[in-house]
Design a protein around this ligand. Structure first.
Ligand code: KMH
Ligand code: ZN
Length: 274
């Protein structure tokens, strides 16, 4: 088999309001429908944030469990729950996300300015989350918002050993105001510092979406796309369905001679429980 591209879709996030972005999937039905469309378009992983009945971000454990179950029943996607949540979420709630028993979870490797706010990930919280993923056999995806977080990831692995599944997979989140820039030279610098043998994807926030996608494909990386990160296809052209972004990523990956990876191959790569 030739080389392939792992595509993760992040369909919802915690930052956009449904009132401002009507196409954002916020109910369970909307999320499941979106996930099916994105799987058909080439995604292998879904990065999940959920909303409550008022479409506000929530880490409610019962809703998270229902969501994991519904996505498993309706798709073959790897279900990765966000432990980042919203910037206002308490650490305990973010740790408790693992009890919904997802295949994987995000694990951000440090605190970062996040627009006008601060996304808090102090070292003791990172360590506690990491230890729990190891104990609970959940595959972490290391989210890297700046170059200092690359060093923190190496420190974490040096001190606490390999993740569950034995493979290190990272996601460069680029172009957040306060984080690393979403451009090719920054991507190359970040990738140069990753642990030996790690795989990685990249996502560019907002207008950095396409430059980061092309840079990632050029540098041998995988892709994350979705309305968590990008709300327009081009200036003045709103995304009306997450699948549009996945289709665009899949087409770019195919052009780069690395077509989308199927979920079974992605499970083997990441070391997700069967
Ligand atoms: N919503 C951001 C504060 C993650 O999912 O782990 C954090 C975030 C990262 O989206
Ligand atoms: Zn997220």
């Amino acid at each position: 088999m030739g080389a392939t591209t792992l595509i993760t879709v992040a369909p919802t996030g915690a930052e956009s309001a449904k009132a401002d972005v009507p196409a954002l999937p916020v109910t369970l039905d909307e999320l499941v429908q979106t996930a099916k469309e994105c799987e058909a378009a080439g995604a292998a992983v879904v990065h999940v944030h959920i909303r409550d009945d008022d479409a506000k971000p929530t880490l409610d454990l019962f809703l998270l469990r229902d969501t994991v179950q519904a996505l498993r029943e309706s798709t073959g996607l790897i279900v990765q729950l966000s432990t980042g949540g919203a910037v206002t979420d308490p650490y305990e709630d973010r740790l408790r996300v693992l009890e919904a028993d997802p295949d994987g979870c995000s694990l951000t490797c440090g605190t970062v300015n996040f627009g006008d706010e601060v996304f808090m990930n102090p070292w003791p919280f990172m360590v506690e989350l990491y230890r729990r993923t190891q104990e609970m056999e959940i595959v972490p995806e290391f989210e890297l918002f700046d170059l200092g977080q690359v060093a923190a990831l190496n420190r974490l692995l040096d001190k606490y050993g390999p993740p569950f599944g034995g493979h290190v997979h990272c996601d460069l989140v680029m172009g957040v105001p306060g984080g690393m820039a979403g451009d090719a030279r920054t991507l190359v610098a970040a990738v140069a510092g990753l642990p030996d043998g790690a795989s990685w994807s990249a996502t560019g926030i907002g207008r950095t979406s396409l430059p980061v996608m092309f840079a990632a494909l050029s540098a041998g990386g995988h892709l994350r796309v979705g309305m968590e990160d990008t709300l327009t296809l081009a200036k003045g052209e709103p995304v009306t369905a997450n699948a549009q972004l996945v289709e665009r990523a899949a087409a770019a990956a195919a052009l780069a001679q690395r077509p989308p990876m199927r979920a079974a191959e992605a499970r083997a790569l990441l070391g997700v429980r069967p």
